[in-house]
Design a protein around this ligand. Structure first.
Ligand code: GLC
Length: 481
């Protein structure tokens, strides 16, 4: 299967490349920058939603599943982008958002039965939305309560209604028929809830993944991840055929299994949230490998930037880690040049504080970063300090390391076996021939024995692998000494 060891590049369309000067990135902009994506050596790009949307959740609130929002272009632009990607050997994944629509989707009025409703003076239960606040809002027109796992502008679809399922299957086929190669499937642990709408019990211990404080005060036994989730997933799979499906399942790694019976892979969020600590990383990688078919990701448009989370000086080692693990890896646009989180909008645009990880891509070392000629929807962070153009031909740059690591990744053997190493050092073998070592400690540490150096965060290659690793230093080397 093409995706088995694929590298997928996430494009956040609003912030990638603006082609018409309105300050918002668009499809033609993505097409203009496809050569950059191809130059990384990745297999595919995933584009976050570009469907018509009132943008309460910047496109994750969809008002029409089978069209393109004018701010991003037209259906014809999307067709052209798909063709241009394919011409470069890149597959294209869309974002499928099956759990909810925008409150402005015509279905909400024309087909209210496709959504989850409750009657009464008060909300039917204590469920809390992911972004905090009650998960129920009263519809002023009908006086009934509708469920929303996210913002109130995003009413949840009722996947227990066969008509909803059929409608969404049509959506899935629509884009596949236009040539897309698969989907990243949004918030999929939210598809089915308890049909009796029972209360969620209070949380008695901390959850394994970070949650909004109010949302985390409950154990989500009934508001998500229903035991019969497989039936909804099977319906998605039936419509998708053998197209690639990567699930955003915000659950601890060991709970991903039922999802993987139908999806090809699921992101491993324990890994995304793991601290820069060899032992903890090792435990998280081991847990994922045991479940199998997880996808590696360290940054995205929701959870911040790897360079900020781990510290900018660690970005090269983080890249080496992400790109030398077995199984698909996802890169968030801008991570290849070490972009850090920014100040966000003033006033903030996303109510949940995610502007910081959505600043425009920095192409050129100039004030607007080559992103737009207009007023950018979010300010640029530091294009004069880091940009694609400035790193393009510099063999010591992070961009160069990304390209080299993606190329080298193709030669790594199957599987992963941890090597014994000094505390603070994460070391593993890929196949019989390659060893990867990373120092997560703040002091130099002895490196595991290795042969010829193939790639190093210190910029060197060729010659023997180093005997000692500086803090945040890592390498890939031949295993034979
Ligand atoms: C996913 C998306 C996020 C969005 C949410 C609701 O988690 O990644 O951006 O807000 O779903 O659709």
């Amino acid at each position: 299967m093409w995706w088995q060891d694929a590298v997928v590049y996430q494009v956040y369309p609003r912030s990638f490349q603006d082609s018409d000067g309105d300050g918002v990135g668009d499809l033609r902009g993505i097409a203009q920058r496809l050569d950059h994506i191809a130059s990384l050596g990745v297999d595919a790009l995933w584009i976050s939603p570009v469907y018509p949307s009132p943008m309460a959740d910047f496109g994750y609130d969809i008002a029409d599943f089978t069209d393109v929002d004018p701010v991003y272009g037209t259906l014809a632009d999307l067709d052209a982008l798909i063709a241009a990607a394919h011409a470069r050997g890149l597959r294209l994944l869309m974002d499928l958002v099956p759990c909810h629509t925008s409150i402005e989707h015509p279905w909400f009025r024309a087909h209210p039965e496709r959504y989850v409703w409750a009657d009464g003076e008060r909300p039917p239960n204590n469920w809390v939305a992911s972004f905090g606040g009650p998960a129920w809002t009263r519809d002023p027109r009908t006086g009934r309560w509708y469920l929303h796992s996210f913002y109130p502008e995003q009413p949840d679809l009722d996947w227990r209604n066969p008509d909803t399922v059929r409608a969404m299957q049509g959506v899935i086929r629509f884009w596949l028929d236009r040539g897309v190669d698969g989907y990243r499937v949004d918030a999929i642990d939210r598809l089915l809830k308890d049909p009796q709408l029972r209360d969620d019990p209070p949380a008695t211990e901390p959850y394994l993944l970070p949650l909004d404080e109010e949302h985390g005060s409950l154990r989500h036994d009934h508001s998500r991840n229903a035991p019969d989730i497989g039936s909804a997933l099977a319906a998605i799979r039936a419509a998708a055929g053998d197209a690639f499906l990567a699930g955003e399942v915000y659950l601890p790694t060991r709970e991903l299994r039922p999802y993987l019976e139908h999806l090809d892979v699921a992101f491993d969020f324990e890994f995304l949230h793991a601290p820069w600590d060899a032992e903890r990383l090792r435990a998280s990688i081991a847990a994922a490998l045991e479940v199998r078919d997880t996808a590696w990701v360290l940054s995205n448009h929701d959870f911040g930037r790897a360079a900020t989370h781990f510290g900018p000086e660690r970005a090269p080692a983080v890249a080496l880690l992400l790109l030398t693990l077995p199984g698909p890896a996802f890169i968030y646009q801008g991570d290849e040049i070490g972009m850090e989180e920014g100040p966000g909008g003033d006033p903030p645009l996303d109510r949940f504080g995610r502007d910081v990880t959505r600043h425009p891509m920095q192409w050129e070392p100039e004030p607007l970063g080559g992103f737009t000629t207009g007023r950018p929807w979010l300010p640029l962070v530091d294009p004069q300090r880091r940009s694609v153009a400035a790193q393009e031909d510099d063999p010591r740059s992070l961009l160069y390391l990304y390209r080299a690591a993606i190329a080298l990744r193709r030669q790594l053997g199957d599987g992963l076996r941890f090597e014994d190493a000094t505390p603070g050092v994460l070391a593993y073998r890929r196949g019989e021939d390659h060893v990867v070592a990373l120092n997560t400690a703040d002091e130099p540490r002895p490196a595991p024995p290795a042969g010829e150096l193939l790639l190093s965060t210190a910029g060197a290659s060729g010659g023997p692998a180093p005997r000692e690793l500086a803090p945040a230093e890592g390498f890939v080397a031949r295993a034979r000494v």
